[in-house]
Design a protein around this ligand. Structure first.
Ligand SMILES: [Zn+2]
Length: 179
């Protein structure tokens, strides 16, 4: 049973009252917002993705795990304490919206959390031969660039053209959020 239901439906850009103030970002991102979930993980934010859950399960999970729900579903947001109702569709605008609503968190690209599964990343310590066998580009290995590995799903990540695009998008969207 979800407590603290509001009488009036909320408007986009509004937050429901959280149970208590959070000092670190813990999100539950609604289905259909998978790209936002990945970007929040790039920022190092603890972000679970609610794919495949019914609305009641989503609300309960947010409460049970102390997560702020990010959603575009007005009805779900209205009856979930601590939810934020997103107004926009584009990822850069959604990041800006989240930062405006939750200004106390870091919005710098961190690469300490797996964008695919949310587990923490550790420095990969294999040899160049092992790296090549795993499909890591020889140039990346030769550069001595740090390579990170997910503790849970074993995917590997390193800075390259893909991450440059991510950094640029984050910088662009958050630059645009400054009043
Ligand atoms: Zn992973």
């Amino acid at each position: 049973m979800l407590a603290k239901s509001r009488v009036e439906p909320m408007e986009p850009g509004e937050r429901t009252t959280p149970e208590e103030g959070a000092d670190a970002p813990h999100w539950l991102v609604d289905a259909m917002l998978g790209r936002l979930a990945r970007y929040l993980r790039f920022l190092g934010h603890d972000t679970e993705y609610a794919r495949g859950l019914e609305d009641d399960e989503i609300g309960l999970r947010a409460l049970r795990e102390g997560r702020a729900l990010l959603t575009r579903d007005r009805e779900l947001a209205t009856r979930t304490p601590g939810a934020f109702l997103l107004r926009t569709v584009r990822i850069s605008e959604q990041l800006a919206e989240v930062r405006r609503a939750f200004p106390g968190f870091s919005y710098q690209v961190a690469f300490d959390r797996c964008p695919e599964c949310n587990a923490s990343l550790v420095r990969w310590g294999g040899t160049p031969e092992q790296g090549e066998a795993l499909g890591i580009p020889p140039r990346t290995l030769a550069d001595g660039r740090p390579i990170f590995e997910c503790r849970a799903c074993s995917r590997r990540f390193w800075d390259g053209s893909h991450t440059e695009r991510i950094r640029a998008l984050v910088a662009d969207s958050l630059g645009g959020a400054t009043p």
